[in-house]
Write a protein that binds this ligand. Structure first.
Ligand SMILES: Cc1cc2nc3c(=O)[nH]c(=O)nc-3n(C[C@H](O)[C@H](O)[C@H](O)COP(=O)(O)OP(=O)(O)OC[C@H]3O[C@@H](n4cnc5c(N)ncnc54)[C@H](O)[C@@H]3O)c2cc1C
Length: 276
């Protein structure tokens, strides 16, 4: 309801958009191309392992390490940004920063388990080119990707992507149990399609579990969300959990990145001209 209320107040809030393909190619690759064409570097499969500090508690460097060979690399910069999810960032906070209010209040933000289900059917279930909010207690939102997304386009067979939530009691269950429970809910949502001689059959499925997904929007948690500017002069935060008006969403994540860039610009424009 909080999310709906937010979007209903926006002029184009009822508009929904879908990527026309898979995020790695359609969302991430253009960003990588943009960065590398301007001389930047993107290190894949090399997560941040440690935030190293100077004596005054500002950031001295980031240590990253490749996942395959565990080769460590030190990265130094004028400004450092964490765009990690809140649960993972909490594990990285240096002990010198622990007492600072902006970091200690992150304990009030916790990722919620979410399950995403992809189902391929042998017939068409809907003709709706939109995201659907479901009345099922297990399936929160879903869409027929054979209509909404170019890459999955199919005039004769539906491909549903569904968010299964709340997933707390299901995250440790088998894929088969989860798909069976989903199918039972779908029979209630599409009663005529799953009965009789010509009923719709499931061709294949994929279950994607995210044990710590977006932060859980519980009453009172708004005050725990940090600003993009941290109390550490050369360290900044981005991510949907940081303070911005769109809650935990793609739009929220993008807006947090813009606010983060603005904070960095503001901080560094205060510096003398010869400082980088
Ligand atoms: C099943 C599901 C369905 C959703 N559906 C929608 C939807 O329909 N519409 C919508 O607007 N939003 C949706 N959301 C929410 C949306 O996906 C998130 O709000 C958004 O992705 C948050 O972006 P982010 O950049 O803050 O974090 P993330 O997208 O989580 O990005 C954080 C990145 O940090 C990386 N990382 C983690 N640890 C490290 C490390 N140590 N070093 C370096 N990198 C690290 C991760 O690999 C990840 O790529 C959905 C979420 C889920 C789970």
């Amino acid at each position: 309801m909080t999310a709906l209320n937010r979007f209903l107040q926006e002029k184009n809030g009822s508009k929904m958009a879908f990527l026309d393909g898979a995020p790695p190619e359609r969302l991430c690759q253009p960003m990588v191309d943009y960065i590398t064409s301007r001389g930047g570097e993107v290190h894949m499969n090399s997560p941040l392992r440690q935030i190293n500090l100077n004596e005054d508690s500002t950031v001295k460097s980031f240590t990253i390490a490749s996942l395959d060979k565990n080769e460590k690399k030190e990265l130094t910069a004028d400004a450092y940004v964490s765009a990690m999810p809140v649960d993972l960032f909490k594990l990285m906070i240096p002990k010198q920063w622990k007492g600072l209010d902006a970091f200690s209040k992150l304990d009030g933000l916790n990722g919620v388990p979410v399950i995403n289900i992809h189902l391929w059917f042998d017939k068409k279930l809907t003709d709706i080119d939109h995201l659907l909010f479901s009345r099922s207690p297990l399936l929160s939102v879903y869409a027929d990707m054979s209509i909404t997304c170019k890459e999955y386009e199919d005039p004769n067979r539906s491909m549903l992507e569904l968010v299964f939530a709340p997933a707390k009691d299901w995250i440790n269950r088998s894929d088969e149990d989860i798909v069976n429970a989903t199918m039972e809910e779908l029979k209630k949502l599409f009663p005529t399609h799953f009965m009789g001689d010509d009923k719709t059959e499931l061709r294949k499925y994929k279950v994607v579990k995210t044990p710590r997904s977006v932060y859980k929007a519980v009453p009172g948690c708004q005050e725990f969300r940090p600003s993009q500017k941290s109390p550490i002069k050369n360290f900044f935060l981005a991510g949907d959990y940081t303070m911005q008006k769109y809650l935990a969403s793609m739009e929220g994540a993008v807006l947090s990145g813009k606010l983060c860039a603005e904070s960095i610009n503001k901080e560094y424009s205060k510096m003398p001209q010869n400082a980088s």
